[in-house]
Design a protein. Structure first.
Length: 471
């Protein structure tokens, strides 16, 4: 219905003049009665047959949300349960010679009888775009706001200034046309620029100011206060793409973990995650979500500055391994009547000595944290190849860059990485030394795109002398 509109649909949902440029929503304006005709069916058992045939001849009404089968307009017949098929209003009833052979024959033998019928168009049948086209001035029809982020029951708009006079009516219609939405808000500043925690100021346009939401992703359930922590439903595919790289038993250091969209799914597949976020509110929800998703054996929450966390994460993991820390996986419950000898023992999964992945999902500034990797494994060369089969960790750093079809954004990202670690990488594969895989995540603005740069930490960075403890 939201694609190419037929002339019939445009006539049925023609904008009521009184609704134009309204600052409040009057739903009664969208109720109307349109006269047309229907085919009264001699016996209800014939309805399916003639509906299929008249759909093929395009003579039966075909409009989204409007059922072409209705009670017969004759009250007596309707009382007997008789039905009719609503016909298209543009069908030339006065010229039977223009009807399809199907309709001509059915009326001739008495299976169908053409009768007047009134179509009742109620507000509920109007789509969001139909209502918006009716209310907004025509000069605003080119870019009617249709997209919004959602977090649980909250719809999050980012309206352009020219739509602000109509923001409350837009929000009311969104509530009406999206049953799962209870609150509509509009962002009033820029995420990631005014606030280091990527939270934002907002105004409530419709519904209660209830920002405690619950979201589901990758088999996990997350609770969060949307006004105090960062969440973006559009990143679900990226979360799963990165998590797919993790192997059970590995350690992942999630530097900007948020409420746990990487950590909880990874923990569920048996991956150790040292999950950190500087925002105290994110840290609180992270801890709750670790428990909620039953991954406490694998996921540990931290509330450090990202710079400091990178510098000490490798040491923390090595110390945990040297202590013999492990995850204890309880066996599936068995019958109490089973002999003790046949009851399986808990499985102990040891923490390995090294980090396999660092995830840095802070696109506004993650690349500026890369210098902290200098010296994280200084003096510990024996932990890695060629002394063992273990390779240095993969770094996954999200970032923003200009949107372009040429190599400009790739060159820019490589230069920014060089500025931080002093090693020149070239676009390619993360598994090849000296190369970086640059994945396009999503467009965030007409000229701005989000990327993820993944590369193997170069040995000259990992084993270099440790820098001072400052940033």
């Amino acid at each position: 219905m939201e694609g190419k509109r037929s002339e019939l649909e445009m006539n049925l949902f023609r904008a009521p003049a009184a609704a134009r440029a309204a600052k409040s929503l009057d739903r009664a304006l969208f109720s109307r009665t349109l006269p047309t005709f229907a085919a009264s069916v001699r016996e209800n058992k014939l309805i399916s047959k003639y509906r299929k045939q008249l759909e093929r001849t395009k003579e039966v009404l075909d409009v989204d949300k409007l059922d072409p089968i209705a009670a017969d307009p004759d009250e007596v017949l309707a009382g007997q349960g008789r039905k009719c098929l609503i016909l298209r209003p543009d069908l030339k009833i006065s010229a039977p010679e223009t009807w399809s052979p199907v309709l001509q024959e059915a009326t001739k033998i008495g299976d169908l009888k053409i009768v007047p019928f009134d179509i009742e168009i109620e507000y509920e049948l109007w789509s969001y775009l139909d209502v918006m086209r009716s209310i907004l001035p025509e000069e605003l029809h080119g870019e009617i706001p249709v997209g919004f982020n959602t977090a649980g029951h909250v719809a999050h708009l980012n309206l352009r200034e020219k739509y602000h006079p109509y923001r409350h009516v837009i929000a009311e219609v969104i509530l009406d046309k999206n049953p799962g939405i209870r609150t509509v808000i509009n962002k009033t500043d820029d995420v990631g620029t005014e606030n280091e925690y990527r939270t934002f100021s907002y105004e409530v346009l419709a519904g209660p100011d209830d920002m405690l939401v619950e979201v589901s992703e990758a088999g996990c359930v997350f609770g969060l206060d949307y006004s105090k922590v960062y969440w973006n439903t559009k990143l679900g595919t990226e979360h799963q793409r990165i998590c797919a790289m993790f192997q059970p038993g590995e350690v992942v250091a999630d530097v900007m973990a948020g409420i746990g969209p990487f950590a909880a799914p990874a923990g569920k597949k048996g991956v150790f995650v040292w999950a950190n976020d500087k925002n105290p509110e994110s840290f609180k929800h992270l801890g709750e979500n670790i428990k909620r998703n039953k991954v406490t054996e694998f996921v540990k929450p931290f509330n450090d500055d990202g710079h400091d966390f990178i510098k000490r994460a490798a040491d923390l993991v090595l110390q945990a391994s040297q202590r013999g820390d492990c995850a204890i996986i309880k066996p599936v419950k068995v019958s109490r009547s089973a002999p003790p000898a046949k009851r399986p023992e808990p499985v102990r999964v040891p923490v390995p000595p090294t980090v396999s992945h660092f995830v840095m999902n802070l696109p506004a500034s993650a690349l500026e944290f890369l210098h902290n990797f200098k010296g994280i494994y200084h003096g510990q060369e024996e932990l890695f190849t060629p002394h063992t089969g273990t390779r240095l960790p993969l770094i996954h750093a999200h970032c923003f860059a200009v949107k372009a079809d040429d190599a400009t954004p790739l060159e820019d990202i490589c230069q920014r990485i060089y500025n931080e670690i002093g090693v020149r990488l070239k676009p390619g594969s993360a598994e090849v030394d000296g190369e970086v895989a640059i994945h396009e995540v999503r467009d965030v603005a007409p000229a701005k795109r989000m990327f993820c740069a993944s590369f193997r930490l170069p040995p000259e960075v990992a084993f270099s002398p440790r820098a001072g403890q400052g940033n």
